[in-house]
Structure formats: C-alpha cells, structure tokens
Design a protein around this ligand. Structure first.
Ligand code: BGP
Length: 478
C-alpha cells in the first residue's frame, strides 16, 4: 500500500459547527443559528452560538493539528461572518479572522482546503427573499464567492464549492431554512439543487479566473448503493437509486448534464427543476478539477412495487442515537426503496459501517469520470466517555478509520489518484442533526449540549494513533 509522497493528511470542520462566536465581531446570523436554536428548544441539542469556540481557540487548535502532523486542513468560510447582511460591505473583523487562521495554518506547513459554503446561508437573505428558494441567491453567492476567492486566493490553492448538495436534497429542512408552508413541496428540493448547480459552476469559473494555480471541485455527500439481492429486480432498483442519488450530481459536475434516467423519473413525478435557457451552458462551463468526497456509509436498495398506496419519501433520521431508531428509508414506488443492509453493522445512529465501500466508490467514480479524488469527510459519530483521569479511549474510532484508510490505500494501489484524506472531524463539534454528544473529533471538547463550559481541549487516543499514521505516511496503521 503506497500513499504518494505528496499525499495530504488532515481533517475537516465547517464554520457554523466549530467556530461559535455566532454574533461576535460583527457576524450576522446564519440560517443555522436559527435552525439550531429550534433544535435546542425541540430536542435539547446545542445551538450554534458557542459550539467548540474555535473562533477564540483557533491558535491552540492549529497547534494541535500541527502536533498530529497535519499537512492539510479543510474548513469552511462563514458567509455571514464576512457579509452580515449577505450582501454589501464586508465585515473587516470577519475578513481578518480567516486571514489569521490561514496564516497560522501556513506557518505550520498546513495546506488549507477552503469550502465556500457549508449549510450556513446568511439569515438576512432568508428573510429578504427566502434564501435558496429564490434564484436571486445565485447572484448574491457569486458576489460573495468572488470576494472570498480574490481575498484569500493568493494563499489557497484547493477550493470546494458547495458542501453536499445530495444531502441537502435528502435532509433539506436541516440544511436550509424552509418555512412550514413549503415543506410538502418536494420539487423545491430539486429546484434548490439546480440553483446550487449554477452557483457551483460560477465558483469553478471564478477560481479558474482568479487563482492561477487554483484547483476546484464540489464536495459531495456520497454513498455507493448496493442491491439487496442478486435478483435482477433488485439490481435494477440499485441502478435507479444510483442514478437519482449519485450520478444525478456527478454527471452535472463532470459532464455538465442532468442524468437522463433520473431526470425522466423526476419529470414523471413533477419533481424536476425548472431550467432557464442558458443554465445548462453555464453549468457545462464550470469544469471541476477534482471531486471531494464525504463518505460515511453505504446504502442498500431493493425493488419497490408501483403501489398507489405508497408515496414518495425521502431519508429518515435517527434523532436519539439508539440503534434501529431511524425514522424511515427513501422510497420511490416503482423505482427503488432503500433498506438496511443485512451484511453490515451500523453506528448508534444507523449509519452502515462499510470500509470496502470506500475502495468501491473511489474505483467506481474514477472509472466513470477519470478525475482526481479527495476524501473531505469520513468518520464515526460516537458517544465518547471522558474518564476520571481525563482520557478518551476511542478504540472504535481508531478501528473505523484504520479500515477506511486501508481501503483508500487499496484504491490507490488499483490506480486511483487520491489527493487527500480529511476525516470528519479535526475536533469535536456540533453535529448537523444530533447535538454535541455525537462526537467525531481527534480532539475532545469538554462541553455538553446545555453547557459549553470552558470548551477545554483534550487529546483522544485516536489523536496519538493518527499522529503515527501521518508520520508513517499511512504505512503504520496499528
Ligand atoms: C456531513 C456534513 C458535516 C457533518 C457530517 C456528520 O453530511 O457535511 O457537516 O456534520 O455529515 O453528520 P452529522 O453531524 O449529522 O452526524
């Protein structure tokens, strides 16, 4: 197993999940401040107000990343920290924060991978025109992206555009603020995705125009989908599921077209996006240099009868962290239905644990599109225990990561150019759907959902293990 010498090792976070300081130094609210305030009231999950308080601890955090040996760090920029109203004059304190962060990374030999947008649209734009529900957002995103790419372009080579369009379609009310009256209108999920495709293409073009050595790609939430059985009907169901959940996104990024099979299905059910003349030409013009992949779990599909008593459903959620509490599986009568994979164990939140899926998807995607790939998320959400001697023995995390890194190595051995491995997450942070008790980091943050305490940082066992992995360039996984 040979990771190339230039391979980038690091980890990921996103702005609203890690920074805190949600209203400090001129930052405007984002839709995640509002969504997570509601989560706190309804489910007792932490708000986005303090999270890991990285805004105040960033120097300490970068030092810890350097101690682990990171050669890269993927993070996102908060649009509402730079533009509190979404548009207009930039907030100087916000602009300065990301300069300080990038400078600290570079001083420690850590290459930044910057995500332009990770679920946190400025709330002002939601109030003004409905946010992602309105095409105006594409124009405002362009102005924001142009500013960011110009401002930080001399220090940043690697850019990812919009985080996980596929996941936004599935879990749209957690990722976008959608007023109740629209929540039954599933076509809007695909309309939002269409606007994001335009924004993505614009961002690709901006990076290519403004950053001489710049490389840009989408960061997609990706799950390979296996058929439940070898029955041909299940095989076809898996093909349909891959069309709608995977190729529908990747064909846009690499071919500039909507996947025909998926688009026909959406049209038949009144779900297809409205496309304005010129949109597809813009999408085609925005070429990607690589694809960033967020991989946690594979999915499984089976044939689904075309039963008029059944209706289309999108993915369910496990809110509690009790295995089996997932509220449902994506269902499309006559097309496919997702289901539990009987061959795989799951996390406490019902995400299938599938390291082979990592090799499978890297090889499969590379064969289809022939572009370099990077892993920008991968990891296991778990309830960690802080012992009385203030240690965290997270062997389950080490086991999960070890097998997935091994699988990345196997894909590289099979000829796939993989540029980077950035698991989720560098440090504990706010989950998108389960508060702060669901932890992913190498660095423990001592806080609870209701009490941010001092957000003290503590190195987990996985911290020391990953340090060894990096210093051996992936050869020592023990
Ligand atoms: C991805 C998101 C991340 C992250 C991760 C884990 O979909 O890009 O922001 O949070 O999933 O998900 P969760 O936080 O819901 O456990």
């Amino acid at each position: 197993m040979a990771f190339p010498k230039t391979f980038l090792w690091g980890a990921s976070t996103s702005a609203y999940q890690v920074e805190g300081a949600a209203t400090e130094d001129g930052k405007g609210l984002s839709q995640q401040d509002i969504i997570n305030q509601e989560n706190f009231t309804k489910r007792g999950f932490a708000t986005a107000e303090v999270t890991s308080d990285h805004y105040h601890h960033y120097e300490e955090d970068v030092k810890l990343m350097a101690e682990m040996g990171f050669t890269t760090y993927r993070f996102s920029i908060s649009w509402s920290r730079l533009f509190p109203e979404g548009v207009g004059e930039p907030n100087a304190a916000g602009v300065a924060f990301y300069h300080r962060l990038i400078d600290a990374l570079k001083a420690n030999g850590i290459e930044p991978i910057v995500t332009l947008y990770h679920y946190d649209l400025p709330w002002a734009l939601v109030e003004k025109y409905g946010g992602w529900l309105n095409r105006q957002v594409v124009t405002d995103f362009e102005a924001y992206a142009r500013f960011v790419i110009k401002e930080y372009g001399s220090d940043v080579i690697y850019w990812t555009t919009i985080n996980e369009q596929s996941i936004i379609v599935q879990y749209w009310t957690q990722k976008c603020y959608i007023p109740d009256k629209y929540q039954s209108q599933d076509q809007l999920r695909f309309q939002i995705n269409h606007y994001m495709n335009l924004a993505h293409a614009i961002a690709c073009n901006l990076v290519h125009d403004l950053v001489p050595e710049g490389k840009v790609g989408a960061a997609i939430g990706y799950a390979p989908i296996y058929p439940l059985t070898s029955a041909p009907a299940d095989q076809l169901a898996a093909l349909n599921a891959n069309d709608l959940r995977n190729w529908y996104y990747l064909d846009i990024y690499f071919k500039g077209i909507y996947n025909e099979g998926a688009l026909r299905y959406l049209k038949t059910h009144g779900l297809a996006p409205d496309i304005t003349p010129g949109d597809m030409a813009l999408i085609k013009s925005g070429t990607s240099d690589f694809l960033a992949l967020n991989y946690y779990a594979s999915e499984c599909a089976k044939a689904c009868p075309d039963d008029s008593k059944m209706s289309i459903q999108f993915s369910g959620v496990n809110w509690s962290g009790k295995k089996g509490a997932i509220s449902g599986y994506e269902t499309h009568p006559g097309y496919f239905q997702l289901c539990k994979n009987p061959s795989l164990d799951t996390t406490d939140w019902d995400w299938a644990i599938d390291p082979d899926g990592m090799e499978y998807l890297l090889r499969d995607i590379y064969t289809r599109y022939n572009k370099p790939l990077m892993i920008t998320e991968n990891g296991i959400g778990a309830f960690d225990t802080l012992t009385t001697d203030r240690r965290i023995h997270d062997n389950y995390r080490i086991d999960y990561l070890r097998e997935h890194i091994r699988a990345v190595g196997q894909a590289i051995d099979a000829g796939v150019p993989v540029l980077a491995y950035c698991p989720w997450s560098a440090i504990d942070l706010l989950s998108t759907s389960n508060g702060v008790k669901k932890r992913y980091g190498f660095i423990y943050v001592d806080r609870t959902d209701s009490d941010p305490r001092q957000a003290e940082r503590i190195r987990k066992d996985s911290f020391y293990w990953y340090q060894k992995v990096i210093s051996s360039n992936g050869t020592d996984l023990n």
